[in-house]
Design a protein around this ligand. Structure first.
Ligand SMILES: Nc1ncnc2c1ncn2[C@@H]1O[C@H](COP(=O)(O)OP(=O)(O)OP(=O)(O)O)[C@@H](O)[C@H]1O
Length: 682
């Protein structure tokens, strides 16, 4: 279950901690009441005061979350209902983040770290991770840091001192110097956590004897083939209460301000993301915490926020603030992106960067030698040709002629390569859109087919069917336009490939020495690698489209499961039951029809494999495999892929009702007629 029940990727749950002895002594009473598994009722203590001026104020407020845990909930309850499924996502290659939010003393550390007898999520989650993975295939590495007063420290290696945050040009956040330790088993993990926790900045405040004054971030890296496969971030935030509430002064007040600053920044980021305004600027830079959490809230992660409150009336204000903060966070919809399989195209980028440098270096060298020859010729009384008029046959006497033509041809080849690159990118974009259009069309046709088999169709239904048909026709038109773009682009790519080949032959004929021949090899290989890189990118993008579609289906599945659970549980009025059953049928069908395009698509190959230059071409075989840092296992995989290539989508036929029985690209395994799909399902 990768997403929260409503389909978003941020799960927000609330845990209410039981009242402690101190609170009972102060005669505080319970002011938070779990109504069911998802809702809480907060009662303003003023309700019980005889204040005539405030008699009309609203004293009760309901809050709804993905889950609500009462004072008697166990650590396992919280883990099972909220975070256990995130482990599955990490094994699938997603990043996941769980953070504990709440005022001082509300139970954050208890949930995240727990005690020896009642281990918290950090232990339970890592244990589930170990249960899910094959230790021969994966390794687990841990890093543990704290942010205290905007300063980052390594909790596993305090001697590292103050650490800095760095962001690379792709926006990835790193903490150079942060230690990372292998955790071969659970015992070692517990030991690492305990050691780290002892180093956390803790102080006694009025609200909590062992109050954590810092944000603690445990990073669990799942490694496969020495590369990061998935990442779990577990964060125990410092208390969110306002500094004045704990009567703190001096250093405590300063800490409170720093804590508030980062939580305020976190709140702002959450508000920006939850405002639904996609163009609104999201400022992560305001604090170290938000910068560290950038990946976790912005998109490339599944996130679970566990808000903590105490049931005691004396903490009503903080409880109210926490619940409002948490319900606002519920509006965030992040788009998780699966980590690219071991950064598949990174090797190409790296190789191209190195090659470009090498071409520049050799070109400069070539120009220098040309100038040198020219100087020598002048000294020997031979004049340089005017107006760039050059002979096509290299003259041994006047080497500059050959060199100058060589340079011109080389420039032409590079320009053409650049043009090819742009054409291939255009082809990729058209491929991707066509792929999405085709998936949408498959779903809609499956729905239409199910409905058109009906004998009696009401007028309203007939109208909806017509609308759906219009949608299908529109998609088909778009698919045809895209097919046209693809045909034309492919034609241009083929033409350019021929021109490139011609230029390559002329260049080879012009090459006067080994140095120039190597330069030709290099630019030809560079052009090939550029094409391979685009093709790999295309495969990844298509993979992402499938993942997104799968995620959507999973969200539907979850809704379906919830409804089924309610129906099975019973205890519902007859009228409610009927409505629930109706809803259940609709969701079941939505799920079924969501899966159809996934079942009908052959998922692997890129369409442009024939547009790629042969990897075993003469020029590439001349390049030494050790020359550039290209991952050759990948190249070999692509070679295999080329052989296995099949067209990704079956050729499209326009949809006509009478073709019902002959449609070849739709799975006819539809539900029975009383399980008709909702016409507006997509
Ligand atoms: N669900 C719970 N069941 C039983 N005891 C709990 C629960 N939650 C918290 N406690 C207890 O309440 C006290 C305060 O909890 P904890 O230290 O986890 O709070 P905190 O939110 O981390 O506070 P701070 O921000 O100051 O570190 C601890 O003694 C803890 O054992």
């Amino acid at each position: 279950m990768p997403a929260s029940p409503d389909g978003s990727q941020l799960t927000v749950v609330v845990r209410v901690r039981p009242m402690n002895e101190q609170e009972k002594t102060k005669r505080y009473f319970q002011c938070v009441f779990p109504l069911d598994k998802k809702r809480l009722l907060l009662v303003d203590p003023e309700k019980y005061e005889k204040n005539i001026l405030r008699a009309n104020r609203q004293h009760e407020r309901q809050f709804g979350f993905d889950s609500a845990f009462g004072p008697n909930s166990t650590q396992e309850d919280v883990h099972e209902a909220t975070t256990a499924h995130l482990v599955e996502s990490v094994v699938q290659g997603y990043n996941a983040t769980i953070f504990a939010y709440g005022a001082t003393g509300s139970g954050k550390t208890f949930t995240m770290i727990g005690t020896k007898e009642q281990p918290g999520l950090m232990s339970l989650l890592t244990r589930s991770l170990y249960d899910k993975i094959d230790l021969d295939e994966y390794t687990v590495q841990l890093s543990y840091l704290e942010v205290y007063n905007e300063v980052i420290r390594d909790l596993l290696n305090p001697s590292a001192g103050i650490l800095e945050l760095m962001e690379d040009d792709k926006g990835n956040v790193r903490v150079p110097g942060l230690s990372s330790v292998r955790a071969p088993n659970m015992n070692r993990i517990m030991q690492i956590l305990q050691e780290g926790n002892l180093r956390r900045t803790q102080e006694a405040t009025e609200a909590n004897k062992t109050s954590s004054r810092s944000h603690a971030l445990l990073q669990v890296n799942l490694m496969k083939n020495n590369r990061q496969h998935g990442k779990l971030f577990l964060i125990d935030l410092a208390g969110s209460e306002r500094a004045s509430n704990t009567n703190n002064t001096g250093q405590r007040l300063k800490e409170g301000a720093a804590i508030n600053r980062s939580l305020l920044a976190l709140g702002n980021v959450i508000n920006s993301l939850s405002s639904g305004n996609k163009t609104r600027y999201v400022n992560y830079r305001d604090s170290k915490l938000t910068r560290l959490l950038k990946d976790s809230l912005g998109g490339n992660a599944r996130t679970c926020m566990i808000a903590h409150v105490t049931a005691a009336s004396g903490h009503y204000e903080e409880t109210y603030n926490t619940l409002v903060y948490a319900s606002r966070a519920k509006n965030i919809t992040t788009k998780p992106v699966q980590n690219r399989p071991s950064s598949a195209d990174a090797g190409y980028t790296e190789a191209l960067r190195e090659m470009r440098k090498e071409v520049d270096r050799r070109s400069i060298h070539l120009t220098n030698s040309m100038n040198q020859i020219s100087d020598n010729n002048r000294r020997n009384g031979i004049e340089r040709p005017k107006n760039g008029v050059v002979s096509t046959t290299p003259s041994k006497k006047d080497g500059t002629r050959g060199v100058s033509l060589f340079t011109q041809l080389k420039e032409q080849y590079m320009t053409l390569s650049d043009k090819q690159k742009k054409l291939r990118q255009r082809l990729m974009r058209a491929n991707q859109e066509a792929y999405e259009v085709s998936m949408g069309r498959t779903s809609k046709i499956a729905i239409l087919m199910a409905w058109e088999k009906q004998k009696h169709i009401e007028e309203k239904t007939a109208q909806s069917i017509e609308r759906l048909k219009a949608d299908v026709a529109e998609l088909e038109e778009r698919a045809e336009a895209l097919a046209d773009t693809r045909r034309k682009t492919e034609k241009s790519i083929r033409k350019n490939t021929e021109l490139q080949k011609g230029l390559e032959n002329r260049l080879r004929g012009q090459a006067l020495n080994k140095e120039q021949t190597e330069l030709v090899d290099l630019i030809v290989r560079m052009s090939e690698i550029e094409a391979e890189k685009i093709s790999v990118r295309n495969d990844l993008a298509l993979h992402d489209i499938i993942m997104k579609k799968t995620d959507n289906s999973m969200a539907k599945l979850q809704k379906y499961e919830n409804l089924a659970e309610k129906l099975i549980e019973g205890n519902i009025e007859e009228s409610d039951r009927q409505q629930l059953e109706q809803e259940y049928r609709i969701v079941k069908n939505q799920f079924h029809y969501h899966l159809i395009p996934l079942k009908n698509i052959q998922s692997t190959v890129s369409w442009n494999t024939e547009m790629l230059p042969s990897i075993t071409s003469a020029s590439s075989s001349k390049m030494s495999s050790t020359d550039f840092p290209l991952d050759h296992t990948f190249v070999l995989n692509r070679k295999k892929k080329q052989r296995d290539s099949v067209p990704m989508l079956p050729p499209m036929q326009r949809y006509h009702s009478q073709d019902l029985e002959t449609m070849s690209d739709v799975d006819l395994d539809s539900p029975t007629s009383h399980h008709l799909p909702p016409l507006n399902a997509f």
